[in-house]
Structures are given as C-alpha cells and as structure tokens.
Ligand binder design. Sequence first.
Ligand code: GAP
Length: 513
Amino acid sequence: MAKQEDTFKKVISHAKEYGYIFGSSEIYDGLSAVYDYGQNGAELKKNIREYWWKSMVQMHQNIVGLDASIFMHPTTWKASGHVDAFNDPLIDNKDSKKRYRADVLIEDYAEKILQKAQKEIKKAAKRFGDAFNEDEFKATNPRVLKYLADHKAILSRMGSSLEKEDLADVKLLIEELGIADPDTGSKNWTDVRQFNLMFGTKLGASAETATDLFLRPETAQGIFVNFLNVQKTGRMKIPFGIAQTGKAFRNEIVARQFIFRMREFEQMEMQFFVRPGEEIKYYEYWKKTRLKWHLSLGLGDENYRFHDHDKLAHYANAAADIEFNFPFGFKELEGIHSRTDFDLKAHEEFSGKKLQYFDHELNKNYTPYVVETSVGLDRMFLAVFSKSLQEETLEDGSSRTVLKLPAVLAPVKAAILPLVKKDGLPELAQQIIGNLKWNFNVAYDEKDAVGRRYRRQDANGTPFCITVDHDSLKDQTVTIRDRDTMKQERVSINSLERILEERTSFKSWLAKL
Ligand code: GAP
C-alpha cells in the first residue's frame, strides 16, 4: 500500500514539474478536485482525444461526430432520469465532519476481505509450486471460502438495499461491519442520505425570470436528442453511431485520486443505434473493439480487465467496465452499456416528438436500441501517464526517470539538439525544425551537455532526440536516439520526416489496430 501511495505521489509531482497538470487557481490555494492542463498536458490530452476520434469516426464509415451544447433544456434531465435518480448515498462522520460515499466505504471494506483471500491463494501457490490448483484451492480451503462468501454477501446486501432505497439498512450494514472513518477511526456516523450529483445554474438576466438549468452530467443526452437530426441530414442507415467528446460536470461527494474523479471532466462517448434484438451482438463487438483500442497503446495487456456488471441499471440489458490497473489498483476506465431503447423512448414521451427510424429493409418503423461506449478523457490521461512514468536502473548503475508515453500520444515527437551552440550547428538544427514543424510538434534545446538534455527529454516523454554535430554539416546526417532503448542511429536529414511518420503518426498507429 505504501509503495502504491509513493508511486502515485511521484505521478502527481512529475505531472506538475513537467508542465502536464497544475492544481486549478493555485495562487488562491486551488479548488478541490479541479485541475488545469499545462503546456504538455494540453498536447497529450489533445492527442488522446484525436486518437479516439480518428479510430471511432474516421475509421468507421457508419459513425459520425457531434458537438452538442453543455446547456440543455431542463426537461432533458427529467426524461433521462438524472433529476430523480442521479444520486449517490452519502454519510457524514459526526466527529471528523468528513463526508463519504456510503457505498464506497462498504466497497472498500469488501475489497479488503477479497485481498485477504487473494493473499491466502498466493501463499498456497508458493507453498505447492507447480502442483497448485487454484480452482480446487478456492473451492475447498475453508478460510478462502469464508472470505469469498463474506465479500459476496456484503456487496449483495448493499446492492439490494440501495435498489430498494433502504438507506437505513445501508447505515446498519456500516455499523454491523464496524466500518470507521478512514482518516480518524471514528464510528460516529449520521444517517445515510441521497445526494444529487448535478450542478444547477440559472439562465436569464433577472432572478424572477431565470430558468433553472443543469450543467450536463454526461455528454450522451446531447446525442440522444439529436438522433433524428443526424440520422436524417446524414442519411444514416442503421446500424450507425454518433460520437462526441466534451465536458461533463458532477458534484462528486468525494472527488479524490487526482484526475481520476473530478467535478469537471471530459468524456468521449459514442452511441451506436441498432435494430432491436441485435444489441447484444453489437455490445460484444464494441467490448472487443474498445479493448483492442486500449491495448494498441502498448501499456501492458495485463493492466486491463473486464468487469461485467451483475446488477444492471433499470435501462440496461448488459453492461461492463474496462478496468485499468491505476497506481491505486484496478478501477473503471471505460463503460460499455447496452442501454436498450430507454433513452429515446423517454425523450419521445417527455417531448411528444417521435424519435423513430424507418427501416427500409424491414419496411417498418421502430425505436432503435443503443449500445454506448463511454470513456473519461482525464481518466485515460491518468492511465497513460501513470503507466508510462518509470524509474530505470542503467547498466552503469545510475538511474533515469523516463516517461515512456506511446509515441503517437507524446506532446513533443522529437527534440532537435545542436551538439554545441556554435559553428553553424544551431542554424542547421533550426533548418531541420523548419522542415519538420509542418507535420510534427518538435522542440529545440541547446542548453547543458547533451547527456543532460537527453535525460530532460526522457523525463518529458519525448520519444526521439535528433542531435546535430559537426559531421552533419559535412554529410547531412544526424543521430536519432530512441527514448526507450537509448539506441542511436545515424540517418540522413532527408529521411527524418519519413522516420517520424512511421514511428509517431496517427496513420501508422491506427493501421496496427
Ligand atoms: N453516459 C454514460 C456515463 O456517463 P459513467 O460510467 O457515469 O457513464 C463514463 O461515466 C466514464 O466517464 C467513466 O468510465 C469514467 O471514465 C468517466 N467519469 C465518470 N465520472 C468521472 C469523474 N467524476 N471524473 C473523471 N472521469 C469520470
């Protein structure tokens, strides 16, 4: 646990030191769970967004984009169920005055029990070596059986109490389990209450006439209400998708873990409209396709897993998360949901307008079913950044900090370094920049010895360093150093554009998908 916390602290401080993420309005001591992306962060975020957009929209002839407003007619949120049901159960500790999500307190408690079971399994695997049969051990070892049963019983009681809105039982469960305030150890709890996560605001010049609005808590509803606009004007045939990226706002009770859970964040969502009855086929397709997209970034296949939902929201008939191994353990990165015709039907009912599709092949009208893929851009950023940050011990015993960002996402693709600040080397370096800058974000660095400059670019996440030396003036060649292998090749200046294109462009990375 201490190691995880250490790693996470390093991620946060590195993000700040290298201009990736700053606390919001820091000069006024910041604002809780709100962050600003710095010069490198803005580029990394833009590249993640573009990698997603291109793979979803540009690579699929039947998916188009949309950019809907953050403000929407207030009835939207009545129809979507957010006004009545977008709640989290909160509980306050009377001594520490701290506020928690009651379900998260219980889930964390259950997770610890699961970890105890996993510890037993690990110990036994070590003891029995090759002869170890994990399934048999889990099915027969009394201690493991008890841990697993307790874990299941706690989560299922919490699930059914929340479903029944029996908040008194949620509190009773916290008391029965002896769950204490994680910060102070106090068990002096208030009752559990529901808390709506939407931020309210007002539209209009005077208090009397102003309309109450909400900042959108998800981008998806902008897609649903525009479903027919896009279908008709784009002459889209089912199955087809509408994709959108944009800000969403949630008044999270406990916003923590840096940019993992924020109050203002960005989502990348796609709604795929299908014939009723075909939704599970497409749900399986999108589960596979989205996982493949994540794996293409090369952050390690072992860092992803699916979590299929046992308890489904009332509008879903299948749902899964893609979880990622963050510095604080496996947590949700993306959700894939088969949302049936719930949203379109609800908007039809509340607006009185038909949101149906005429299927020429079937010669009939119907409300399409929807499969949704929804990933947080900030959460993607944290996944990519935290896994890329590595501390390496080199052959000579020294160590280096290196940010092994996937080259396609790196803010700066190459740094151009004149070996010395004289003899015409800076001028040649600038000429190279002049040629490359049209297609690539490149940087110039002439300060300090070249070894120090390499280290600086390693920590900054720049995949390539191009060094201009005295031979470059004679034969028009340079060295190109790879951040990850630290290997250097001598190449002609003319070939630099092709090399960077092959190794860093969206085209070459998307082609591998
Ligand atoms: N339209 C479906 C929807 O919004 P969700 O599971 O609530 O589903 C989708 O959110 C994704 O948005 C999550 O998987 C996560 O990546 C991201 N997300 C949700 N709440 C967030 C928050 N408070 N801060 C950062 N990202 C968040």
